[in-house]
Design a binder for this molecule. Sequence first.
Ligand SMILES: Nc1ncnc2c1ncn2[C@@H]1O[C@H](COP(=O)(O)OP(=O)(O)OP(=O)(O)O)[C@@H](O)[C@H]1O
Ligand SMILES: [Mg+2]
Length: 255
Amino acid sequence: MSHIILDIENVKKTFGGIIALNGINMSVESGKMTMLIGPNGSGKTTLINVISGFYKPDEGRILLESKDITGQSLSKVSKQGLVRTFQIPAPFQKLSVMENLLIAGGGNPGESFLKAPFKRAWRKQEAEIYERAWKVLELINLKLPDQFASNLSGGQLKLLEVGRVLMTGARIVILDEPASGLNPTLAHQVFEHLDDIKKKSGLTFLVVEHRLDITLQYVDYVYALAQGAVVSQGSVAEVMNDPKVIEGYLGVSCA
Ligand SMILES: Nc1ncnc2c1ncn2[C@@H]1O[C@H](COP(=O)(O)OP(=O)(O)OP(=O)(O)O)[C@@H](O)[C@H]1O
Ligand SMILES: [Mg+2]
């Protein structure tokens, strides 16, 4: 059964005189894809920076599985299962897909000698990471373990990035514009895969995306921001038909 995995309570963030977030309240349901939309400068990136520990909020609380993580560092937050894609460095171009996954999972075979006295335990851990990598490969449907990352297409690289996040044991993944730079066909493919991963693994996604046309069919719940505040929330249909959203996006007054 799904439950609220992430709670954002009255979060405020200012930069000098600019109010970037003006009291945001949001709940993210586990196992769902929640989407954050809003015009340029509405606060989307600031909000995910605050959630992931990149910025400290001026006010408010962030709760992960009911645990207060407000103000914790990026690395501390990611160790607790909330990972933002850019925290994982871009894939190593000269390594294979499998090697990229193993490194993201902490299984760097080159470190083995350091653990020589504990070799047996280390081997067991390596085997587990290897097994996990195969499962992740299947989940992201990128069955090219030996392919060099440099030979992958733009869409395949995005999937490898998600695979690397899955290797860290993340439970909630924040994606900032996963479809950017992809043509509509590839962007649909990436979202179809994300949808599939979500359904098979129960992973929670929080996605910031500009390209509503492409993403909305994969999204379970939408929050629309404008000027640092939530102006609309609900199902895709509810938000897209909300006059405040139409106004915010198109600059057309529906009042
Ligand atoms: N580091 C910063 N220093 C000063 N002002 C900032 C900083 N980061 C964001 N802002 C300001 O905060 C407001 C929200 O910006 P933010 O980048 O969060 O918007 P966004 O919704 O992500 O926009 P976009 O769609 O263009 O990516 C803007 O007015 C922006 O200029
Ligand atoms: Mg942004």
